[in-house]
Design a protein around this ligand. Structure first.
Ligand SMILES: [Zn+2]
Length: 101
């Protein structure tokens, strides 16, 4: 039984001592080259415009709310993939997300 050759290397392994003897696969290169810090940004479908990226969701949500209030647009928050975050829709005048569903 071989140990250390089990699959599922998701890059969670500490990379200490990963010397020259170790082959780096393209999968690993992707995993290490990509930053996994989450990014959220306010997105307005009306303006088709996204705000700056925030590392915290609440900041992006505030930005979305600010845009909604300022421009009277329905805005939402998207994640780093550009996918809308569920339940992040901000309506003009909706202050603390107390909009009834
Ligand atoms: Zn807008």
């Amino acid at each position: 039984m071989r140990v250390g050759d089990l699959g599922g290397a998701v890059g969670a392994r500490p990379r200490q001592g990963a010397g020259a003897t170790r082959r780096v696969t393209t999968q690993e290169q992707e995993a290490t080259g990509r930053r996994w810090a989450p990014a959220y940004r306010a997105h307005c479908p009306r303006c088709r415009n996204s705000g700056r990226a925030f590392s915290s969701y609440s900041n992006a949500e505030q930005a979305a709310q600010g845009h909604a209030d300022k421009h009277y647009h329905v805005t939402h928050v998207i994640d780093q993939y550009g996918i809308r975050v569920i339940g992040s829709t901000r309506h003009p005048g909706d202050e603390n997300g107390k909009a009834a569903p």
